[in-house]
Design a protein. Structure first.
Length: 106
């Protein structure tokens, strides 16, 4: 399997480390219930088809990537820097937050 790194070009998957599913969103540790944290850490869907996964390019540019891969064929679709995906997720989340709602100071 070959992964197209946005920084280094196409590389063998041996240069990368697989982390897992990129879909779960970590609950706020200060506000989340123990059950919500348990579900986040231990419960994952194992579905067939296209999924988004986290990969680390340790033998190359050391970037974290979100790879869209078909689990039935191992065909690689889109590959994007994880920070771009996280930034888009944050912007979407902020846009969905109603105006005037309480926010946490960080």
């Amino acid at each position: 399997m070959r992964i197209r790194c946005p920084y280094c070009g196409e590389r063998d998957n041996g240069e990368f480390s697989y982390l897992g599913d990129a879909a779960p969103v970590r609950p706020d540790g200060m506000e989340a219930s123990p059950q919500a944290m348990h579900d986040y850490v231990y419960l994952r869907d194992n579905r067939a088809g296209e999924i988004r996964e986290l990969w680390y390019h340790g033998a190359g540019c050391r970037a974290w990537l979100v790879v869209t891969r078909d689990t039935r064929t191992h065909a690689i679709g889109d590959v994007a820097p994880a920070r771009d995906v996280a930034k888009a997720r944050t912007e979407t989340s902020r846009a969905a937050t109603p105006a005037g709602s309480a926010s946490h100071a960080r």
